[in-house]
Design a protein around this ligand. Structure first.
Ligand code: NIG
Ligand code: FE
Length: 412
């Protein structure tokens, strides 16, 4: 079946020649076609161009006068499978406690792990599916989801099986990441090596056996997993074909980025605290730096110095980090707006970061992230807007009119 979208005010992120990411200066360039058409066939993009060259017929025609089309957001870092919420910690932080203080008294990740271990699979699926539907309605058209709130063999498997079920039931590309190394459970406080052994010797073989993850992650941070711990875990994961994507430099810089680059990580995520050596290490690597501005916003920590990264010629991807502790929001429109407002990205840079570079950070550049022939027909039709810069400018306003995934209009 073919569907023709006509009179598109501006077709955004048009890449005639496929690219897998954009870096440095090139991020300022966001190719578009004004007064365009877009033709899709079943789940794929078939053609696009100036309206004057539009085909005369198609099985369906959708008039887009005054509206723009852009590829769906590619959210390469989320934790949307979780149980319950942590509003109490939110209030505790308002009253002066820090994220670290809350974690030290058994809150934080361990609080979410306790709830997740207790919840039934059905209820966990329900809560997670609701969040997935919410982010789809907000324009996300490809998403990575992590485990890491299980922290036991059974509960980590439970999380990953939920992600698998979401993959089966929703028409959106989903990549699963094993994050058993998210925090040390209380009972391993004095024997951290035993938990690392559990990850490597018990969790990983089972996950690989059921084919439950594509990527492996760890929270490489002071007080969590050291650079050496993370290095060991990533090496073990790679033996099972899992590709590293790592939480690093959120609160401190401890040499994790250098190790991740050596491990040829697909992405390094957070990067709120960066020094020159960290930036140098990323040059000439294939590792995508991923910034998570909603996390900085919510827990009031520094924003990733993306200008320094871009000025160094590096690419940057933007993702939500949707999770119950540091970012209870998966709204990529807010992420893009906050990147412009707080990290001084231009709208062009932010849109590149949240589409093609996000796709790269999930190994999905061949499928999504741009308007390119043969890619998945996953895109957003905006409401009538004056310019694409209006999207980050009017932060907080819903400017999405329609969402298509695999060529199908999504109903909400
Ligand atoms: O990406 N920093 C580590 N992990 C999550 C937060 C986890 C939590 O507080 O539940 C993050 O910010
Ligand atoms: Fe995270």
């Amino acid at each position: 079946m073919t569907t023709l979208f006509t009179n598109i005010k501006e077709l955004i992120q048009v890449r005639e020649t496929p690219i897998n990411k954009v870096s440095g200066e090139d991020m300022k360039n966001l190719p578009t076609i004004k007064n365009a058409f877009l033709l899709i066939e079943n789940d794929k993009i078939l053609d696009f161009g100036l309206m004057e060259n539009a085909p005369k017929t198609a099985e369906n025609v959708v008039d887009c006068t005054g509206k723009m089309i852009l590829p769906s957001w590619c959210d390469s870092h989320t934790h949307i499978v979780y149980a319950g919420n942590r509003e109490q910690e939110f209030v505790d932080r308002i009253n002066g406690l820090s994220y670290e203080e809350i974690a030290n008294r058994g809150g934080g990740i361990l609080n979410s792990a306790k709830r997740l271990q207790e919840i039934s699979e059905d209820e966990l699926y329900k809560q997670s599916a609701k969040r997935l539907e919410e982010v789809i309605s907000q324009g996300t058209g490809a998403v990575e989801i992590k485990s890491g709130y299980g922290l036991t063999v059974d509960a980590e498997l439970k999380m990953l099986r939920i992600i698998k079920k979401l993959k089966e039931n929703y028409d959106i590309p989903i990549k699963a990441t094993f994050l058993g190394a998210h925090a040390f459970p209380a009972k391993y406080k004095d024997n951290k090596q035993a938990y690392i052994d559990l990850i490597i010797n018990e969790m990983l073989p089972k996950i690989a056996n059921e084919n439950l993850a594509e990527f492996i992650d760890a929270f490489c941070e002071t007080g969590y997993f050291s650079v050496e711990d993370t290095d060991k875990i990533l090496t073990a994961g790679k033996k099972y074909g899992l590709i590293p994507k790592v939480h690093v430099n959120q609160f401190t810089t401890i040499g994790g980025i250098q190790m991740c680059v050596k491990q040829n990580a697909l992405s390094v995520d957070h990067l709120e605290i960066m020094n020159n050596e960290d930036i140098e290490a990323l040059k000439n690597s294939e590792t995508m730096p991923v910034a998570l501005p909603s996390c900085s916003y919510f827990i009031s920590i520094p924003y990733t110095p993306v200008r320094d990264l871009i000025n160094a010629g590096l690419p940057v991807a933007l993702a939500s980090d949707f999770n119950p502790g540091t970012t209870p929001s998966g709204n990529m429109n807010f992420v893009v707006a906050t990147a412009c407002i707080k990290m001084k990205m231009t709208p062009e840079e932010a849109i590149n970061s949240a589409t093609i570079n996000g796709a790269y950070a999930m190994n999905l550049s061949d499928e999504v992230g741009s308007i390119t022939k043969g890619k998945k027909a996953n895109f957003i039709i905006t409401k009538e807007i004056p310019s694409y810069g209006f999207i980050p400018y009017s932060f907080g306003t819903n400017l999405i009119d329609k969402v298509y995934l695999s060529g199908k209009l999504q109903e909400f």
